[in-house]
Design a protein around this ligand. Structure first.
Ligand code: IPM
Ligand code: MG
Length: 353
């Protein structure tokens, strides 16, 4: 199993180092893992003048899976768009055809008080957001900023083909089958033709999954229901931009964005695995970032790409034990708990593995 390790920027290297410790422990226990480091994002701009350099393209094309920390930082925001770290992330998704982004939002009972919502609203929360990741307004053409009639106008194109909608819908229906068999598709069909097609194609695809109960919701209402009654949701499927926004919202229901892993998969379950949080430049290099989302991303990789559910569960149980033992990084700390840094949190997971 060949795994590309892209630490990225900001807190990326610190949190990925903890995930690597976990991978090395599994290797010592007999898993045949090859770990190959590479550059993506701002660090790649610094080293090679390109956020997704040729060497990284080759590395990830040959790897079975990719672990990514996070990319970006204020230093790079002034660069032309093509050279920004985010462009590296968008390109790797596109080049590897990682169209299916799975973003689970699970509330660990120990962290019920870390949420800004009342514990009784979020208790037992377990949502899976299935976000389409290689289409929509993120990649649609034409796009740009230009002068028209003496002033600047900016424009993007929201576009989905029915094939793109159908393949992400199938991923979501299949995920729903493994859970509570309820799927909610989110769109804005009252205004946007593109998402009218989305609703039509998802509804057609439902015919292949008669055992799954499909509902539809407009995105503004979904944003409201997520904070009003989040447990209403089980599996949610939506397009690239709505999924970007709703997954950040869902993550905060669980108390900290520092807890949530993600998987981005192609048609053959090759995947890129990353925490859903960003590079947090304000706390980089201070040994305070929460490495659990990255460690949980390793568990998702073992389950989805390598079909090693028992090893994935082993990591997830170790994380649960660490929380039960009271270890907390700053983002999930509450009085009475044991405050630890990034490395100590990684060590605590290893001890429980
Ligand atoms: C995410 C991020 C990215 C996105 C950015 C960094 C390009 O917000 O993975 O959710 O918008 O997809
Ligand atoms: Mg986002």
């Amino acid at each position: 199993m060949k795994i590309a390790i892209l630490s990225g920027d900001g807190i990326g290297p610190e949190i990925v180092a903890q995930a690597v410790k976990v991978l090395e422990a599994l290797r010592n226990d007999g898993l045949k893992l090859e770990l190959e480091p590479g550059l993506l994002g701002g660090c790649a701009v610094d080293a090679a003048g390109d956020p997704f350099p040729e060497a990284t393209r080759k590395l990830v094309a040959e790897a079975d899976a990719v672990i990514l920390g996070a990319v970006g930082g204020p230093r790079y925001d002034m660069l032309p768009r093509q050279l920004r770290p985010e462009q590296g992330l968008l390109s790797i998704r596109r080049v590897l055809n990682l169209f299916a982004n799975l973003r689970p939002a699970i509330l660990y009972p120990e962290l019920a008080n870390a949420s800004t919502l009342k514990p009784e609203v979020v208790a037992g929360l377990d949502i899976l957001i299935v976000r389409e990741l290689t289409g929509d307004i993120y990649f649609g053409e034409p796009r740009g900023i230009e002068r028209r009639d003496g002033q600047r106008v900016g424009y993007n194109t929201m576009i989905y083909s029915e094939a793109e909608i159908r393949r992400i819908a199938r991923v979501a229906f299949q995920a729903a089958r493994k859970r509570s068999r309820r799927l909610c598709s989110v769109d804005k069909m009252n205004v946007l033709e593109c998402t009218q097609l989305w609703r039509d194609v998802v509804t057609e695809t439902a015919g292949e999954y008669p055992d799954v109960e499909l509902s539809h919701m407009l995105v503004d209402n979904a944003a409201m229901q997520l904070v009003r009654n989040p447990r209403h949701f089980d599996v949610v499927v939506t397009g690239n931009m709505f999924g970007d926004i709703l997954s950040d919202e869902a993550s905060m229901l669980t108390g900290s964005i520092g807890m949530l892993p993600s998987a981005s998969l192609d048609e053959k379950s090759k995947g890129l695995y990353e925490p859903i949080h960003g590079s947090a430049p304000d706390i980089a290099g201070q040994d305070v970032a929460n490495p659990l989302a990255t460690i949980l991303s390793v568990a998702m990789m073992l389950r989805h790409t390598f079909d090693l559910a028992p090893d994935a569960s082993r990591i997830e149980s170790a994380v649960k034990k660490v929380l039960a033992q009271g270890y907390r990084t700053a983002d999930i700390y509450e009085p009475g708990m044991e405050k630890v840094g990034t490395r100590a949190m990684g060590d605590a997971v290893l001890a429980n593995l």
